[in-house]
Design a binder for this molecule. Structure first.
Ligand code: HEC
Ligand code: HEC
Length: 428
């Protein structure tokens, strides 16, 4: 792929991903690729709320993405532009598209009257309050029956926010695990994740499967009394006086649609642990999996290797895996398939990075122009300082930072785990 196209795609991707307003999204679950082309750039998002309702169902995938993306290169990191899906569309245009069955239902609107899903059985009405989801008892603290806590073995860095996660599977239903790496959840599944700052609940995110391939994705912001939380489809910048940003629906889609059935942390590999919450073994024992594996999975290698591979899997693997459109741009996989865990050297992570030339020469520094030094290799054994995988984790510069979305701060711990691993690597 030619380099300028990559740059454009990268810029549009990154900037698009920063959107914290404008919830437009595709309502068309039958098409492939991502959504949206809005290019608004307000920084405060609370005010946009009332003006967005009319946007439902007007969006279809259009083709303006690549045009818009070049100008946006000059924007700052926190400014916004929609078009998150833009790069998805563009990636698709480049050739094979990732199939993406994950656009959520018609729920761009906060009105209870709209946003019913088509498809299976009962009508889904988009909740405007978290108390409408049936996930809590009336006190909004006690969890409803059937709600199970879970923790991915390797977590996504979200700056410093503390997170808790739960799942509620429809009674008696099984997860289709015939493809162990890409689980398909039963319709009605609810996954939710709560973010607290200093012990105070700031937001709760909900993923709810409303029909085959249809997901409702929305964040709810807790009120000061902590008695309920209200839907925030546009996201909120610096929510509730914290530095925590609540993502818009575009942003949810931008990260979550990289997996065919949307959920990212509730997977075979991520639940293969003995820690808190529901584990893979418990799901096997409770007959919750249609094709249960013989045993939980283990990431190979020493402690250093496992820490780095697990970190990359959780924080980078959703995009850098074969079924994400990102695979059309860079043939680098940082994701661990459950049947390729026999040996560190045979993991896609190592096979696609070690001594491998990057798709793009990397020029660190502001807007990619700062300095004569450039880098060509994804990972150089023993030399993190010359490895693009490491270098791009150490910057938050737009267009260079990896991951490009979801955090404003470099994750020191994660970065160190990768640095340590690369410094111990030896060329085969
Ligand atoms: C920067 C990428 C990113 C954005 C933006 C994002 N998520 Fe996630 N989300 C993840 C990752 C990665 C995980 C799994 C790892 C973890 O939970 O630490 C996850 C986990 C979750 C979970 C727990 C279930 C699961 O998939 O493991 C829920 C629920 C969730 N996200 C909902 C949302 C909603 C709703 C939005 C938008 C309001 C959103 N997320 C925005 C990346 C993202
Ligand atoms: C939300 C999706 C997303 C996530 C998450 C993500 N990346 Fe990327 N990454 C991309 C895209 C898109 C590109 C191609 C454009 C570019 O180079 O900026 C890319 C390119 C790269 C490249 C350049 C590869 C080459 O051959 O030029 C490296 C290295 C990289 N990512 C590392 C990482 C690491 C390490 C993480 C996790 C810490 C990560 N990425 C997380 C989307 C993502």
């Amino acid at each position: 792929m030619n380099r300028s196209l990559l740059v454009v795609l990268a810029a549009s991707f990154t900037l698009g991903a920063c959107s914290d307003d404008e919830p437009s999204q595709s309502n068309d679950a039958s098409t492939t690729t991502d959504t949206t082309t809005d290019t608004t750039s307000t920084e405060t998002s609370t005010s946009t709320e009332t003006s967005t309702e009319t946007e439902t169902s007007t969006e279809t995938e259009t083709s303006t993405e690549t045009e818009t993306s070049t100008e946006t290169e000059t924007s700052t990191e926190t400014s916004t532009t929609g078009g998150s899906g833009g790069s998805g569309g563009a990636g698709g245009a480049g050739g094979t598209t990732t199939t993406n069955s994950s656009t959520s239902d018609g729920g761009s609107s906060t009105e209870t009257t709209s946003a019913t899903t088509g498809g299976t059985g009962g009508e889904f009405v988009a909740p405007t309050l978290l108390s409408e989801t049936g996930l809590y008892e009336d006190d909004m603290t006690t969890l409803a029956e059937g709600v199970m806590p879970f923790e991915p073995a390797y977590k996504l860095w979200s700056d410093t926010a503390a997170k808790q996660r739960w799942i509620k599977l429809p009674e008696g239903a099984q997860i289709d695990t015939s493809d162990m790496d890409y689980w398909v959840y039963p319709v009605g599944t609810q996954l939710f994740k709560e973010f607290t700052r200093d012990g105070v609940r700031v937001e709760t995110r909900l993923l709810q499967k409303t029909g085959e391939g249809d997901w409702f994705m929305r964040a709810f912001q807790w009120n000061d009394e902590q008695t309920d939380a209200e839907a925030r489809p546009d996201g909120v910048f610096d929510a509730s006086g914290t530095e925590h940003d609540i993502p818009s629906e575009n942003q949810c889609i931008n990260c979550h649609d990289k997996m065919p059935d949307v959920a990212l942390g509730f997977s075979a590999l991520q639940l293969s642990h003995d820690g808190d919450g529901v584990t893979l073994q418990e799901l096997i024992d409770d007959d919750r999996l249609s094709a249960p594996p013989a045993a939980p999975f283990t990431i190979p290698g020493s402690e250093t290797e496992r820490a780095a591979l697990g970190y990359l899997h959780a924080n980078c693997g959703n995009c850098h895996q074969p079924r994400s459109f990102v695979a059309n741009m860079v043939d680098m996989y940082l994701w661990l398939p459950t049947d390729e865990l026999d040996d560190v050297a045979n993991t896609p992570t190592v096979l696609t990075t070690l001594d491998k030339r990057a798709a793009q020469t990397y020029f660190p520094g502001a807007e990619g122009t700062g300095g004569e030094t450039s880098f060509d290799t994804r990972i150089v054994a023993g030399e993190p300082q010359n490895s693009i995988v490491y270098l791009r984790m150490t910057t938050r510069e737009t267009g260079q930072a990896m991951p490009p979305v979801g955090s404003e701060l470099v994750d020191d711990e994660g970065t160190q785990a990768v640095e340590q691993w690369i410094s111990e690597l030896v060329s085969p």
